[in-house]
Design a protein around this ligand. Structure first.
Ligand SMILES: [Zn+2]
Length: 416
């Protein structure tokens, strides 16, 4: 049977869209029947044309359509968006040469859409992390607002977690307006099944490697029409130096080609490493002479930085390397703990290693400025190469130990 997904219509209820679709063939294996795809905005979206309102849906099913060679059937579709699809699809094809991206889209009508608003505005996806804050700082002089999506990192049923994030964003987005979007875009599809489908060919999971870039971007389409967004920024997580080392669904070869209405997307800050982004934020903070709270922690679920994980530590030290005080950025550093952590526990993978290298370069460049900071002088004795070799050897030993245990276990079972 041919694999297909047909969008029968959309239900608009003030600020909420619910997509009514049906699937046939292979496509049915990857979408849940009992979990609808809905999106909620802060604004009433009933006046936004359907050909724009379907963009969040299309962006989130397209990678599945391509990989399963399915047909996507829709009624009306935004002309600019439709014409951009093959261009951003090429980004996927080049990123994953081992995977065939096929599939097709059938539509009844291409519709050209222009916002009713005369003045143009910019928007930036915003999480409060180093990448997002650096992007916001870089474009703060434009007429700009932020967009944060509930349903990306925080699950749609985690109201408590979301409220913490929302409050943080409202207080710490440098005085610009915020738009919040709630979406079930990670709930309506079977992420683990899709990861299994691609992991044979790609060293990545579905969300990170295939969905999250255009998946997030698509949600801005109705806002782009309502507010006449021309520049839509999505902050880069990686840098041009990582090219070829990592795969990621949010990449300049994909994001920069997405268009809808009169809006185009900019994968922002790709030319800068993390330390340069920290320097950018520090320069701005000193200029405005106000605290800028960062939300960087991977392990804390309270919304606060834990101050103890590798990411918190590298951000704290990155700020110190720029001659600024991490307390002004929402950290509460324990330098004794940090010294011990770096010397004894810190492990640098190939992506993190260059970040630490750049940070140490900045420590050396600012050595004179930092000479009175007694609590940090130990950093000048750190031998990154030596530490990295030590931890590589440690990880190899752990791997060998686990392998040996597994073999012993199999032998035991087999002999039984
Ligand atoms: Zn942390």
């Amino acid at each position: 049977m041919n694999s297909e997904i047909k969008l029968n219509g959309i239900k608009k209820e003030k600020n909420r869209i619910i997509y009514n679709y049906e699937t046939n063939g292979d496509m049915s294996n990857y979408l849940f029947n009992d979990k609808p795809f809905y999106v909620e905005y802060d604004e009433n979206i009933e006046k936004v044309p359907d050909s724009i309102l379907i963009v969040p849906f299309i962006c989130n099913v397209l990678p599945i359509v391509w990989i399963t060679d399915a047909t996507l059937i829709v009624d009306k579709i935004d002309k600019n968006f439709y014409e951009s699809i093959d261009k951003f699809k090429k980004g996927y094809i080049d990123m994953y040469p081992q995977i065939k991206f096929k599939g097709k889209i059938k539509y009844n009508k291409l519709e050209e859409n222009h916002s009713k608003q005369k003045d143009k505005i910019s928007a930036a996806f915003f999480s409060g992390g180093v990448d997002a804050v650096s992007t916001l700082v870089s474009h703060i002089n434009e007429n700009i607002f932020t967009i944060t999506i509930w349903g990306a990192d925080i699950k749609v049923d985690n109201e408590k977690g979301w409220n913490v994030v929302k409050q943080f964003i409202c207080k710490n987005s440098l005085g610009v307006e915020n738009q919040f979007v709630k979406s079930s875009f990670r709930e309506f599809l079977d992420e683990s099944k899709l990861t299994k489908l691609v992991e044979k060919y790609a060293n990545d999971d579905w969300w990170h490697g295939f969905q999250h870039g255009i998946g997030l971007i698509g949600h801005a389409a109705p806002l782009a029409y309502l507010y006449n967004i021309d520049n839509l920024y999505i902050a880069s997580s990686y840098t041009i130096k990582d090219k070829g080392k990592v795969t990621c669904a949010s990449d300049p070869t994909i994001d920069n080609y997405v268009k809808f209405s009169d809006c185009h997307v900019i994968h922002d800050g790709y030319e800068y490493g993390r330390q340069e982004k920290i320097a950018n934020i520090c320069t701005y903070r000193k200029k405005i002479d106000k605290d800028i709270k960062l939300r960087v922690c991977w392990i804390s679920d309270s919304g606060e930085n834990c101050n103890h994980c590798e990411k918190c530590i590298r951000t704290i030290l990155g700020i110190v390397a720029e001659g600024d005080n991490p307390v002004s950025y929402g950290f509460n550093p324990d330098y004794k703990y940090i010294k011990n952590y770096v010397e004894k526990k810190c492990y640098f993978n190939p992506i993190i290693y260059p970040i630490w290298q750049s940070m140490l370069i900045r420590f050396n460049e600012n050595k004179d400025k930092l000479k009175d900071n007694d609590y940090i002088q130990w950093i000048y004795n750190i031998d990154l190469d030596k530490l990295n070799k030590k931890y590589k050897a440690f990880h190899k030993r752990v791997f060998r130990f686990i392998k040996k245990k597994i073999i012993t276990m199999y032998k035991f079972i087999y002999n039984q």
